[in-house]
Design a protein around this ligand. Structure first.
Ligand code: NAD
Length: 261
């Protein structure tokens, strides 16, 4: 499938799932805007490597997804540089784990802003152009936690359930404009973030690496395997193609059977 001549904006794409999605779109020929935090030199190296590896144009915008005006400016930046935003992936996200009664109010506000409201602001800014061109793809990175809960993740679970509702609403509003809106709901994905937790958990619980993976991390995932970032990216590419033009308003699980249980 080719996404040549398309432009994709992927939020939270300096790492993990977002980076894999941005690279997968670039591989299909799309110009990309990458976004997220991190070391400036490392981000610039990644931007240059996307251009070099895939022969597309890649730009970086450091918009903070908790700031509505920066999000609108990021969409305008892509439209000005490339002439359009054809594909928008709302992927940036953070986590915080605590019982509700101790959950810091500022952490709640931050997670709702970054994991939920940022998608509203980006969609709001990208819609006029997509409607005018009668083509668009909006993909939200939700989570198994858009469908089921876990204790101590109140803000994350609320934000991800919210993303599922926003996805359906936007899909209905845009259904006759050639714009599809879907969310992908991964279970545990093997990212540096997950990998880095393993040594500490081994020490804290006196477990082997295999026990940490199977009994702690993958306890909820029946396949006992991690989802890979490339698998999530492949689904995002599929949802961006013509074969997926009738998939809209869907919440597509990729969770090794987690939410079947
Ligand atoms: P990650 O930490 O590797 O990447 C998160 C990205 O978001 C980074 O690029 C980071 O810089 C960016 N980011 C964070 N705060 C930001 C802000 N205020 N403004 C702009 N960018 C910001 O994590 P990941 O595992 O790749 O997660 C990506 C998405 O996938 C998140 O929405 C997460 O909830 C979701 N998800 C992850 C998993 C998993 O197991 N890793 C499972 C289900 C869903």
């Amino acid at each position: 499938m080719s996404l040549a001549a398309k432009t994709a904006v992927v939020t939270g794409s300096t790492s993990g799932i977002g980076l894999a999605i941005a690279r997968a779109f670039a591989k299909e020929g799309a110009n990309v805007l990458i976004n997220g935090f991190g070391d400036a030199a490392a981000i610039e190296a990644e931007r240059v490597s996307i251009e070099k590896d895939f022969g597309v144009k890649a730009i970086y915008d450091g918009a903070d997804m908790s700031k509505p005006e920066e999000i609108a400016a990021m969409i305008a930046h892509a439209e000005k540089t490339f002439g359009s935003v054809d594909i928008l992936v709302n992927n940036a996200g953070i986590q915080f784990v605590s019982p509700i009664e101790d959950f810091p109010v500022e952490k709640w506000n931050q997670i709702i802003a970054i994991n939920l409201s940022s998608a509203f602001h980006a969609i709001r800014a990208a819609i006029p152009g997509m409607k005018a061109r009668k083509w668009g793809r909006i993909i939200n990175t939700a989570s198994a936690h858009s469908l089921v809960a876990s204790p101590f993740k109140s803000a994350y679970v609320s934000a991800k359930h919210g993303i599922a509702g926003l996805t359906k609403t936007a899909a209905l509003e845009l259904a006759t404009f050639g714009v599809t809106v879907n969310c992908i709901s991964p279970g545990y994905v093997w990212t540096p973030l997950v990998e880095k937790q393993i040594p500490d958990t081994m020490k804290a619980r006196n477990l082997t690496k295999e026990q940490v993976i199977n009994d702690v991390l993958l306890a909820a995932q029946p396949t006992k395997q991690f989802v890979t970032v490339d698998q999530v990216a492949a689904l995002a590419v599929f949802l961006s193609g013509d074969a997926a033009s009738q998939i809209t308003g869907a919440n597509i699980s990729m969770d090794g059977g987690w939410t079947a249980a």
